[in-house]
Design a protein around this ligand. Structure first.
Ligand code: KG4
Ligand code: ZN
Length: 335
């Protein structure tokens, strides 16, 4: 018998609902982006995000069911992201999920947003063999996670300051690009020379699996200010390529080190920055030399979406790991 899960994701600035069968078959994955609302501010405005989620959530849920060709009575469970994220934003999804679970007497499944990103990989590759290392790189997180079995996570390294996506967005902003800047830098960098401008790479102490991107971010911003003061034109494509190389080289080297240290042969990429072209291709090329297999989701499943939440929820459903109706939003939820 198949398991049909409706999942909701409202942790940041995307209102999303998805219907997924057996953790693999995505019947619908509706994502209503709020980029038009937050773009003019150059970043996410928490109050606006909550308000927008409230406006959109019912439409997005109805659309997810309608695209799937199902109704509420066809569901086996309702899953929702309950942290980490913006508290007001999370509360919209959590409240909606609890109302549906209570009204229809369905099991409720609470999912950690990072866990959801990781499970985006299992939507198309459900039989990936454990153990594995996953690099989770998003606007809010940069974590190296060791997975020994379903639902068992060990954080091997994390950023000590900015997340990788945050560095992409802040550098993009200083280059006059719109929000979110990651995809724009990715596109610009394709036409640039990554070795024309060299930026610092922070490897931290010998053997450390932690990250730091604030020094790199400041170096790029200072480079742009200096050029401005000297009335010099910045070569934006070379700048984008040089910055992107500095970020991805460190991410790749540390991910391969983490895989070697843990003795695992499978590497997963997850989170919005996992959509980055250079990260995907360079990691795959370098990993092939050490016989590591690299798996990453299609770009649309790297950035925030509810299908990944339904994917993670399926494995919790199989373990009957259900949440009580007192489930609350936890903005600083840990893995
Ligand atoms: O996972 P996500 O949608 O939201 C968070 O959980 O934060 O990640 C969004 C982040 C943003 O910082 C965005 O600029 C970055 O992912 N991003 C990218 C690319 N696509 C999205 N960064 C670099 N290259 C990309 N192609
Ligand atoms: Zn995310």
């Amino acid at each position: 018998m198949s398991v049909v899960i409706l999942a909701l994701e409202t942790s940041c600035d995307d209102t999303s609902a998805a219907v997924v069968v057996d953790g693999t078959e995505i019947l619908s994955n509706i994502i209503s982006s709020q980029v038009d609302v937050h773009g003019k501010f150059g970043g996410v405005v928490p109050e606006e995000a909550s308000r927008k989620h409230l406006e959109l959530i019912n439409h997005v849920i109805n659309e997810a069911l309608s695209v799937a060709g199902l109704s509420f009575k066809d569901l086996d469970a309702i899953a929702v992201t309950y942290g980490p994220g913006l508290v007001g934003a999370l509360l919209v999804g959590v409240s909606a999920a609890k109302a549906i679970a209570y009204g229809l007497d369905l099991p409720l499944i609470g999912i950690n947003h990072i866990e959801g990103h990781i499970y985006a990989n299992f939507l198309s590759e459900p039989n990936i063999a454990f153990p594995m290392i996953c690099l989770v790189v998003s606007g809010g997180h940069t974590d190296l996670v060791l997975l020994k079995k379903h639902g068992c996570y060990h954080v091997e390294g994390k950023t000590r300051d900015d997340a990788a996506g945050e560095a992409f967005d802040k550098v993009a902003r200083s280059m006059g690009l719109s929000y979110p800047g990651g995809p724009l830098i990715d596109r610009l960098a394709k036409g640039g020379n990554p070795d024309a401008i060299t930026f610092p790479k922070a490897y931290l102490e010998e053997g450390s699996l932690d990250f730091s991107f604030s020094g790199l971010k400041s170096a790029v911003i200072n480079y742009i200010h200096r050029a401005d003061q000297n009335n010099k034109e910045v070569n934006k494509v070379d700048l984008a390529a040089g910055f992107q190389k500095a970020v991805t080289d460190v991410l790749i080297d540390k991910t391969l080190n983490a895989a070697k240290k843990a003795g695992v042969s499978t590497i997963l990429l997850a989170g919005g920055v996992a959509a980055n072209t250079r990260l995907r291709t360079d990691l795959s090329i370098k990993a092939a030399k050490t016989n590591h297999r690299v798996i990453y989701p299609p770009p649309v499943l790297c950035t925030d979406n509810a299908a990944m939440i339904a994917g993670a929820a399926y494995y919790k459903y199989l373990r009957s790991a259900f949440a009580p109706l007192t489930l609350n939003a936890v903005p600083d939820l840990k893995l």
